[in-house]
Design a protein around this ligand. Sequence first.
Ligand code: NDP
Length: 487
Amino acid sequence: MQMEDQYLFIDGESVAAADGTTFDNHNPATGATICRVAYAGEADVARAVAAARKAQPAWAQLSGTERGRILRRAAELLRERTDEMARLESLDTGRPIQETPEADVGSGADCLEYFGSLAASIQGEYQDLGGAFYYTRREPLGVCAGIGAWNYPLQIACWKAAPALACGNALVFKPAELTPLTALRLAEILREAGLPDGLFNVVQGYADTGQALTAHPDIAKVSLTGEAGTGRAVMADAAATLKQVTMELGGKSPLIIFADADLDEAVSAAMMANFYSQGEICTNGTRVFVDQDIRDRFLERLRERTARLRLGDPLDAATEVGPLISPEHMQVVLDYIDRGRSEGAELLCGGERATDGELAAGSFVYPTIFSDCRDDMTIVREEIFGPVMSVLEFADEDEVIERANATRYGLAAGVFTRDLARGHRVAAAIEAGVCWINNYNVTPIEMPFGGVKLSGIGRENGTAAVDYYSQRKSVYVELTGVDCPYD
Ligand code: NDP
């Protein structure tokens, strides 16, 4: 499917890049070109920031109720366009159409609705001091920049836009260059919902577009979703102008399955935590620790169900596993699989590229399970971001907690057990920003989300997000006069 050229969205309008540069966007299932996309340079970023800066003060003057109404209307409009948006997301990311209506469009709409409802309740506090009092004003930061990863482009755009706008900020958003399509539709939707021009801008491009945003002196804050290495680079650039940052970065999360767990549920969770979205999810539980007493039964069921997963065209409703995002990324994943083999892990299933029929044109890799893994193997230590699961055995609770925490990352974790006291104990002991007990990868918009260690700084979602898109101004009011020590 060849689409018309895609533009930038600046100050309420679709515009070409100032110097006319474009890049091509490809379909990961076929390798074909989907469309040409305008490539924003420094001049375009400057234009978007200027438009945002101009529009933001009037937006901040509106009441939270008025701002919230527009976001809630945008949620309705997004839901009305579910089919179109889900198809675009599947086309662009390669993620199966089974997933995108709920996981992307539904989740994005929930976010707009949630922060649209919360906007009216964003408030400061008051305290009596005896002869004086203070109150705090919750003020917006100004113009914020959002920089997104390619795996969940629409969801990431909503997770940044909704809280930023609810708090009275303007946002300039850069999607990953591999997935430029849906952020532009979100801009149209916000405009149709009544968002004044200049408050949500989209600048498409590569890393240099993101760098221009981070460097811009009129940007107050950068919220990045990406790899830890990119996080480091963006923080270093942001330091030059002392910008605030929120960092949603990668992970190598543990999923711990105790012997008393419901085995079928645990197998389902392990599959979802590794093969949903072809494994291209930051929170994935790629280190599956299984109690040695249930190891054989667990592996047998896991292999049998994984072998049945259907690879195919992401736009086919029967497809369960789509292509990886690009040929380059597929090669990275295949190289990791080779390392797993050469370092002595036991390949249980998958382990290669899928090339049957039409799959040969895309970047398809069979869902892969390695058993008999050791903690020091490359596949167990590094984020792969593909459908590759490492299964490790453990003997007791203290041991598995120590091994689960022996990673530089700290995004998420999962615990499967019928012993709830143990579930809470393990959740408390794990070094991660999110921990699920008897489920995995569930991210309701009400729940704060983010990582510790190399997995990030700050939180998105829930009321916690308000802290990252607003600042408190303290106002002290004297009631009894200045107590002056001088004559
Ligand atoms: P990258 O870090 O490569 O890119 C993320 C974004 O940053 C892209 O828009 C990219 O542009 C841009 N970028 C790259 N370098 C710079 C720079 N120096 N300055 C400013 N912007 C820059 O991540 P991926 O897109 O490859 O996404 C996968 C990663 O994202 C994984 O590590 C995954 O775990 C993580 N992730 C984390 C999530 C979380 O919430 N914790 C959620 C989803 C993914 P471009 O791509 O156009 O070059």
